[in-house]
Ligand binder design. Structure first.
Ligand SMILES: [Zn+2]
Length: 243
């Protein structure tokens, strides 16, 4: 009886071993296919990590986020630049601006960017305006749903002021940032670029505003620079899922 059990265990162990070998082989084959298809990030990341002990075969993800738009001139230039580079971004728009420029919201959706809520009129949550803030989240979700047909889940609360209670009440989740280059108070794209590049790392979330020429210029410059270092620009959703 005991012996039989042991034999069964042994067989199970062998089967598991074969299964793991199969997985490894399958993984190698799939990896080969991927590098063939995705010329940009994956291949470069693989080259950089080969020879090292790092298990980071996956490309390094990083996210660009743009608040306060859409802007009729700069958002369009930005979307053109991102499309040329195959980079995805996340846009936290106000309901007010989304209503004014619905075609830009539709274009963001069509081109695979994430659209988030930045309140209707850029209101800051304080100790005594919870209900007004909540209403602005709801009305902005309605504006966005009217345009895109989709529900909005992510919110960038203006000035980072948030109440965790909204997460349950509205099924909305805040997205803050890890790199703030203060682009709104600098006209120099070079300064903004330097501040971002000095802090760039895997899974970073970069805060910018698509309403200044210098911010757009800096954003496209850092996409080129970081893509050449093996980074892939993804929406915040992809960063939030791993962290
Ligand atoms: Zn803002």
């Amino acid at each position: 009886m005991e012996h039989k059990k042991e034999k069964r265990n042994e067989r199970a162990a062998i089967q598991l071993g074969l299964f793991l070998v199969g997985l490894l082989l399958f993984g190698t084959a799939a990896g080969g296919q991927l590098t063939g298809e995705e010329k940009n990030g994956k291949e470069k990341a693989a080259i950089q990590t080969s020879g090292g002990v790092s298990d980071a075969v996956e490309p390094k993800k990083i996210a660009l986020t743009f608040d306060d738009g859409p802007h009729p001139v700069y958002t369009k230039i930005l979307l053109d630049g991102l499309a040329e580079r195959g980079a995805k971004a996340s846009f936290f728009v106000t309901g007010e601006n989304a209503e004014k420029y619905p075609e830009l919201i539709l274009r963001m959706q069509k081109e695979g960017h994430l659209i988030g809520n930045h309140t209707y009129s850029h209101i800051q949550l304080t100790g005594n305006n919870r209900e007004a803030f909540r209403q602005e989240l709801i009305s902005t979700n309605e504006v966005l749903k009217e345009i895109t047909g989709a529900e909005t889940i992510f919110v960038r609360p203006p000035y980072g002021s948030w109440d965790k209670g909204f997460e349950q009440e509205l099924n909305m989740f805040p997205v803050l940032w890890t790199i703030d280059p203060l682009d709104w108070c600098s006209k120099s794209s070079t300064d903004v670029e330097k501040r971002i590049l000095s802090k760039a790392r895997e899974n970073a979330i970069i805060l910018l505003h698509d309403e200044y020429a210098s911010s757009i210029e800096a954003a496209l410059f850092i996409v080129d620079e970081l893509q050449s270092q093996g980074y892939v620009f993804v929406t915040v959703e992809e960063i939030m899922l791993v962290s």
